[in-house]
Design a protein around this ligand. Structure first.
Ligand SMILES: Nc1ncnc2c1ncn2[C@@H]1O[C@H](COP(=O)(O)OP(=O)(O)O)[C@@H](O)[C@H]1O
Ligand SMILES: [Mg+2]
Length: 291
């Protein structure tokens, strides 16, 4: 067991976002967390990565309690994460972004930008990650100029620069085209093998990606684990299909401008304000992974 949550509850004020979540991740697993908007997926990632302290319950990574441990200590322990929204600095180049990640791994954060270009070890490590993710050709491009797919890739690559043993990704492919989603996953899986990553945990909305890459799927609904099973078993679970998968399946983002009316009533396609706020995608609200 590399990562384990036991009976985790998380309150925001009086609102219970997680209600007794237990899960475990073993060596070698690729686990996807799915669930509708507001199910508690991002909260769970935050708790699993020690960014949020659970209101009750425990989170253990490599047999250590990591509740509220914080990102620096967490990276030293061997866990890295990426965020639902791309966290890159728009004016840094690809290489500088990766250098910043490497510097934070090496614990040289206090003189972050002063030490970036001068340090050979940092440069070499950053370039290695850029190559691993197929970003070497674009290493001098400012991050803001990258297409959305490459921004996502850079965000994931930054997490890899921390040389993690396991990685947690919150919607690594949200806001990119279907073709780019697959490309991102292929690069991620290849990079994981190259560096000997021990486990991947991702939040993902795209069911082709979820079913195409997961060893196990955990379905969250209203802060609880609705199901935790193999892709085949999840597909056969009517409650999960109804609650989580079915609706997404009928609103695939392939042709939002198509003349056919959506199978859903209009009200159901409207994004909530949170989704709007979080959007960094030019796609219409029913055409992107959300929440
Ligand atoms: N910082 C916060 N303060 C209060 N409520 C929050 C906060 N973050 C998330 N929530 C609420 O908790 C619930 C779960 O949110 P989240 O974990 O982001 O879900 P998901 O990622 O599955 O969409 C939602 O109802 C959301 O509005
Ligand atoms: Mg989320």
């Amino acid at each position: 067991m590399i990562l384990e949550a036991r009976d985790v509850t998380k309150f925001y004020g009086g609102f219970r976002a997680l209600a007794g979540v237990s899960l475990s991740v073993k060596d070698g697993e690729f686990v996807s967390i799915i669930g509708p908007n507001g199910a508690g997926k991002s909260t769970l990632i935050n708790v699993l990565t020690g960014a949020l302290r659970p209101s009750a319950g425990t989170v253990r990574f490599k047999d250590r309690d990591i509740a509220g441990i914080g990102p620096v200590a967490l990276a030293r322990l061997g866990m890295a994460r990426s965020f639902q929204l791309v966290h890159i600095f728009p004016d840094l180049t690809v290489l500088e972004t990766l250098q910043a990640a490497v510097v934070s791994r090496l614990g040289r954060g206090t003189r972050l930008f002063a030490s970036l270009s001068g340090d050979r070890e940092v440069q070499a490590a950053a370039l290695e990650v850029a190559e691993l993710f197929g970003l070497a050709d674009k290493r001098h491009a400012p991050a803001r100029q990258l297409p959305q797919g490459d921004k996502k890739l850079l965000d994931v690559a930054s997490a890899f620069a921390l040389r993690p043993e396991i990685i947690l990704l919150d919607e690594p492919t949200s806001g990119v085209s279907t073709a780019d989603k697959t490309a991102i996953m292929e690069i991620l899986v290849a990079a994981s093998k190259r560096v000997g990553l021990r486990a991947i945990i991702q939040v993902e909305h795209d069911m082709d990606i979820v079913f195409g890459y997961s060893d196990r799927i955990i379905a969250l609904h209203q802060g609880k684990v609705l199901a935790d099973a193999t892709p085949a078993a999840i597909r056969a679970d009517a409650q999960v299909v109804d609650t989580v998968i079915g609706r997404k399946r009928t609103t695939a983002p392939h042709a939002p401008e198509a003349p056919h009316p959506s199978p859903l009533p209009k009200g159901e396609r409207e994004s909530d304000p949170k989704e709007e706020r979080e959007s960094d995608s030019p796609l219409p609200p029913w055409g992107r992974g959300s929440g």
